[in-house]
Ligand binder design. Structure first.
Ligand code: SF4
Length: 268
């Protein structure tokens, strides 16, 4: 298994398909993964295979690490296009997420005022007022919504809380009043799900069919985000039976979003 556990709290810069020269900010421990989802396509692997022993970086450690890296990049004449909160799990779960966003915006204004601040989130904490308010301060509030089908979510995104309710998530994304970018993974293939006694069941995890695309499009229209990003598997995944959605499938979905009057990009 060739999955990626990122350094913490700062990694990169790396060239992102969607974001340009991106300096990564990882609010999770450096030796494992902490996420409220356990996606079968996660490039960091399955939660149960990468339980961390270390703690998360503190707010102070994040600010110090980011400032040191921005100074170093400035000296080298390298200018980030974006400061991206991503890494080994869900960034908005950090208890000081709101303060870290304030620090990051200040450091961005000081060292690289043209750079955007982006947060890649699975949307599970957007009902927390402090998280919501912090996300309103970032340039790119990128929120995952892979489908609106509850069974598909439980098979593919696999929320760790039984209280997860996609209808509430849709309302939560809508409450940003357009200050949100929906990010959706489209893929094909199969996944072997095991019941409590270990009995395997092979399930189809394609979400490119109309059964999934039409209700998702209806939700996108209802939310009215500033933009939608559709993408597919790019790196190695912990489940090796997953397949990429085709260019044609992604382009068709992208064009249907654009037909709703919402900008949309497709990454292959
Ligand atoms: S939400 Fe992101 S970090 Fe969490 S399991 Fe899914 S892909 Fe991995």
């Amino acid at each position: 298994m060739s999955t990626v556990i990122y350094p913490s709290p700062i990694f990169g810069p790396i060239h992102s398909r969607r974001l340009g020269i991106s300096l990564g900010i990882n609010l999770m421990p450096s030796d494992g993964k902490v996420c409220t989802f356990n996606c079968i396509y996660c490039e960091c692997g399955f939660n149960e295979d990468f339980r961390p022993k270390h703690r998360r970086p503190t707010r102070e450690e994040v600010a110090a690490g980011l400032e040191a890296k921005l100074k170093e990049m400035h000296t080298q004449g390298v200018h980030p296009d974006v400061l991206t909160f991503a890494g080994n799990g869900e960034p908005t779960g950090h208890p000081d997420f709101a303060g870290i966003i304030d620090d990051t915006v200040s450091l961005r204004d000081k060292y690289c005022p043209d750079a955007k601040v982006s947060v890649l989130s699975n949307s599970t904490f957007i009902d927390r007022p402090a998280v919501h308010d912090a996300l309103m301060k970032v340039d790119n509030n990128i929120l995952k919504l892979d489908t609106v089908d509850a069974e598909y979510i439980s098979n593919v995104d696999r929320p760790t809380s039984p209280a997860y309710d996609v209808r509430k998530i849709i309302e939560g994304i809508r409450s940003f009043n357009g200050h949100a970018i929906i990010q959706t993974m489209f893929m094909k293939g199969t996944f072997v799900r095991r019941s409590g006694d270990g009995t395997p069941t092979t399930i189809d995890v394609s979400n490119v069919d109309e059964k999934y695309v039409k209700p998702w499009l209806d939700a996108v229209k209802y939310i009215a985000p500033q933009e939608v990003m559709v993408y597919t598997i790019d790196r190695e995944t912990p489940d090796h039976d997953l397949r990429k959605a085709s260019h044609e499938e992604l382009d068709t979905i992208r064009d249907r979003v654009i037909a709703l009057g919402i900008p949309c990009t497709a990454s292959y």
